[in-house]
Design a protein around this ligand. Sequence first.
Ligand code: PEP
Ligand code: MG
Length: 575
Amino acid sequence: MTEMLKGIAASDGVAVAKAYLLVQPDLSFTKVTVEDSQAEAARLDDALSKSSEELQQIRNKAAESLGEEEAQVFDAHLMVLSDPDMIGQIKQNISDNKVNAESALKEVTDMYIGMFEAMEDNAYMQERAADIRDVAKRILAHLLQVVLPNPSMINEEVVVVAHDLTPSDTAQLDRNFVKAFVTDIGGRTSHSAIMARSLEIPAIVGTGEITAKVKAGDILAVNGIEGDVIIHPTEDQKANIVKIGEDYAAQKVEWEKLKHAETVTADGKHFELAANIGTPKDLTGAHNNGAEGVGLYRTEFLYMDSPDFPTEEDQYVAYKAVLEGMSGKPVVVRTMDIGGDKELPYLQLPHEMNPFLGYRALRISLSSLGEDMFRTQLRALLRASVHGNLRIMFPMVATLQEFRSAKKMYDEEKAKLVAEGVAVSDTIQVGIMIEIPAAAILADRFAKEVDFFSIGTNDLIQYTMAADRMNEQVSYLYQPYNPSILRLIKNVVDAAHAEGKWAGMCGEMAGDQTAVPLLMGIGLDEFSMSATSILKTRSLMKKLDTSKMKEFADRALTECDTMEDVLEIMKEYIN
Ligand code: PEP
Ligand code: MG
C-alpha cells in the first residue's frame, strides 16, 4: 500500500529505487543441550568457512575501492577467525558441555572480549576486543542463517534505509549504487547529513519509523528537497518525482554559470564563499562549485579513515595537498574534533551520558591522552604552511584559558621547528570556532587574542537551545533565525570587527538560503558551507542589496520575539 513519510530534508536531490535495509538483524538464540556434539562442531566449521569466504570478499572489495590500508582491518578479522586457541576452546566447550555451537561461541568469545577490554590503557588490546566482537557476530549470523547487511557489497541501485548512519557508514556508501538514504533518527546538522550533502547523495533523516515500515526490496520515491519519502509509489507519483529531479537539475545548470563569477551583491559588496571539506578528495567538489577558499577542513576524518593514528608525515601530505590544491586561497584547517558523533575505533573514549557535552575536540587535545596527538597535528600543519595560505582554528573553545593553552602548544611547536631549521610560514592566522555560548558572549575578550572567529552554528544552536542536534524529537528547536541566535552572532561579528579581525561561519546556517540575507545584514565576512550550496548562495547574493539586508537584520534583532516573527518581516525584504 502506498504511504508517505515525512522527515527532515538533509540533502537535496531525488531518487526512485529499491530499499536496501541497513539494520542490525535479530541474532538472539537459546542455549540448548545437544546429543551429537560432532554434528554441532561441523555446523561451527561450516559457519567459520562461510565467514572466512565472506570476509575475504569484503576485504578485496575494500582494497579495491578504499585502498590496501583500509582493508587491513579485515585481515585482523580473518586472523581472529583462524585463531587455533579460540576455535579449539569453542569446540571443547561444545563437546564438554554438550551445548549448541551458538552458546559455546558466545561464552568463549565473551571471555576473550572481557579479558582484552579489562586492559583499559592498551589501545591494541581494545582493538582486538572490537575485532573479536565483530567476527563473533558474523559467525553467529551464519550459524543462525541470518544475512548481515554490508553496505560495501551493494552492487545495484538502491535507497539505503537505516535506523541511523554513522559518518563512517556514510563514507562507505558507493555513490554509483546508493541513490539516496533515509533514516529513522538524526537531524539536519548530524554528520551523516553533512556528508550526504558533500557526496551529493539525496537524504532524508529523522523519519522516526522508516525501518519499521519498509521491507528490503520495496520501491521508494525519495524527495530530499522537501524531506518526504513515498513507500510503494504509484506510477504518477514516480513520474512526479522524476519531474522534480529534472527541474532541480535544470536549476543546477543555471547556478553553474556562476562558477567563475565573483560573489558580489547587487550594490557591489563582496562576500567570501568558501567550502567545508572533510578530505583532500573533496577539493574537486570545492573547485567544481567555485569555492573562494576552504573555510573548514574537518581534519578528524583523516583520523577516522585511518586504521591507526595518522603519522605526522601522513598528515603533512594531506595538508600540503589541500593548501597546494587551493593555490594560495585561504584554507582554514580545524584541529581534530573527535567525540560527539565522531568516534575513532583505535581511541577508546569512555562511554558518556552526553557525548556532545563531554570529552571531545579541544578538551581531548589539551588532556594528557590527546596532547601528543595534538602536537603531532600542529607540527604537520606548521610544516605544510609554506605550501599555501594556512589558517588554523581550534574547535569547541569554552574559555580563554583553553585558547591560551592551545596557542601556547602551537607557539612551542613552531619554535621547535624553527630551531630545527624547518621552514614555517610567518603569516599563519590562528583563530577559534565559536560553538559554545560562553565564547559567543565573551567574544569581545577573545577578539583581542585570536586572529579570527568562525561560527559553528551546528553546535552553537544545539548548546544555546539545549537541543541535541542528533535528536529528531527536538529538531524544531534548531532555529537559526531565532532572535537569540541572531543576537549571539551579531555579538561575535561586532566583537571581531571592533578589533579589526574577521568573522566567518562554517556551520550549516552559512549555506541556508533563508539565513544568508540576515547574515549579510549582520556583516558576516566569510560564509563556508557544503560545496554544493555555494553556487545557489552566490546566485542569491547577487540579487540582494546589503543596505536593505542591514535594515532587515536590525529589525529582526530589535523588533522580533520569535523565529516566526523574523520570517514574517522577511517577506517585506525577499520575494
Ligand atoms: C559546527 O558545529 O557548526 C561545525 C561546523 O562543526 P561540526 O559540524 O563538525 O561539529
Ligand atoms: Mg561543531
